[in-house]
Write a protein that binds this ligand. Structure first.
Ligand code: CA
Length: 150
């Protein structure tokens, strides 16, 4: 767990540094597309999950995408256990955490606000494809086990 957290932090720092370079260079147009929310996830305030890669669905697993505004303790309640292959955080201000098991159990990874992972096969070198079972905006971590995350 310690290593995973470290990786997460260094990745955050690298992302911030890259953003700073872009800002100094004035290449705003290049940065903009990276912030564009994928189709189906363009209402700010939610995080979205897809059963397929590249923010698309794998009809064999679940033909619909899934989104949440606070948290979901068990994606199995929405026929989405262990099928997520891409995810995007279009929240207002929070980062989002995605856990291996229900109720924040097991390992997790983070997606920063207005960032996404089009292919969960490689998240900081870890394979997260078809592995997520619970998901939270950081501001809702304390709501685990409540109706807010049901
Ligand atoms: Ca999948």
């Amino acid at each position: 767990m310690g290593n995973r957290m470290k990786q997460s932090w260094s990745r955050t720092i690298a992302a911030v540094a890259a953003g700073a370079v872009l800002a100094i260079g004035g290449v705003v147009a290049v940065a903009a597309p990276a912030n564009a929310a994928p189709s189906g996830c363009q209402t700010q305030g939610k995080s979205c999950l897809w059963s397929g890669y590249d923010y698309g669905t794998d009809a064999a697993q679940n033909w619909r995408m899934l989104y949440f505004e606070y948290c979901i303790d068990n994606l199995g309640n929405y026929s989405y256990n262990d099928i997520t292959s891409s995810a995007y955080n279009y929240g207002f201000s929070d980062n989002a955490r995605f856990y291996e098991h229900d109720l924040q159990n097991g390992y997790y990874f983070t997606i920063l606000r207005h960032d996404g992972k089009p292919n969960l096969n490689n998240v900081n070198g870890q394979n997260w494809n078809d592995r997520i079972t619970s998901a939270y905006f950081t501001g809702a971590l304390g709501s685990k086990g409540t109706s807010r995350c049901a």
